[in-house]
Design a protein around this ligand. Structure first.
Ligand code: PEP
Length: 258
């Protein structure tokens, strides 16, 4: 396996600073030093500072859940890539909840991915079809467009970060997020094999497409995780609800160890 698995926890809009401290302190002993898998937690912005100090000296990375693409300015309520980069290695971009509730377009997500690269952040770039699109058999068309537009004009540095490890794609069918109705591992694997990696290949070349990690997201839990990770194209998971449950998140992470 050329790609190291990665498990990322998206805490969404949960956890005060006190709750976040408590959760991360309980998680660290079970996650820490589990080699063969990269681990990331993505608390809300207000808890980044507190969680970053608790993760110091561990091998668990920190991610933000969103950011704006501008560096500074009159953008009330937004947070910039350089602010995120003060604490984080990763940033979730284009999550379906951002696209659905906050009107983010493929073009917006593309600007954010470019900004993340400019500040040395690794984007966890999210794509996925709605239930309506799934039922209309439009998954391939939608996911292909999201990859091509969201990653347009992205340049990998051929030296330092040119190994593809500074981009993570998360395939998250929207109908599977928070619903308890996960995609089947074989269906998710097929979308990645037949659409996502070929689209990455068109953008970056076949070799790079094979090195970029592609996660599955959507109702992953401790029970079903192993089924996803046994698929050849699935390199880990972006986990929502179960990332707030210590035992589940640890179980998912251990299932990904290679
Ligand atoms: C998510 O928020 O990206 C997600 C996949 O949520 P859940 O695991 O709860 O479906």
């Amino acid at each position: 396996m050329i790609r190291k698995p990665l498990i990322a926890g998206n805490w969404k809009m949960h956890m005060t600073v006190a709750d976040a401290r408590h959760l991360v302190s309980e998680m660290v002993p079970g996650l820490q030093s589990k080699s063969g898998v990269d681990k990331v937690v993505c608390p809300p912005h207000t808890a980044l500072l507190a969680v970053s100090s608790l993760l110091e000296g561990t091998d668990i990375a920190l991610g933000a859940q969103n950011m704006y693409w501008e560096t500074a300015g009159a953008f009330t309520g937004e947070i910039s890539p350089n602010m995120v980069a003060e604490f984080c290695e990763y940033v979730i971009l284009g999550h379906s909840e951002r696209r659905t509730f906050f009107g983010e377009t493929d073009k917006d997500v593309n600007r954010k991915v470019q900004a993340a690269f400019a500040y040395g952040l690794t984007p966890i770039f999210c794509i996925g079809e709605t239930l309506e699109e799934y039922e209309a058999d439009r998954t391939y068309e939608v996911v292909f467009r999201q990859v091509k537009m969201g990653l347009e004009a992205i340049q990998f540095d051929n030296s330092g970060d040119g190994d593809g490890s500074n981009l993570v794609v998360a395939y998250e069918p929207i109908w599977a997020i928070g619903t308890g109705r996960a995609a089947t591992p074989t269906d998710a694997n097929q979308v990645i094999a037949e659409v996502i990696r070929p689209a990455l290949g068109e953008l970056f070349g076949e070799g790079m497409a094979q090195r970029i990690r592609v996660l599955y997201g959507g109702s992953v839990n401790g029970e079903n995780a192993q089924g996803f990770f046994s698929q050849s194209e699935i390199d880990g998971a972006l986990v929502g609800g179960a990332s707030l449950k210590v035992a589940d998140f640890i179980q998912i992470t251990l299932a990904a160890v290679r």
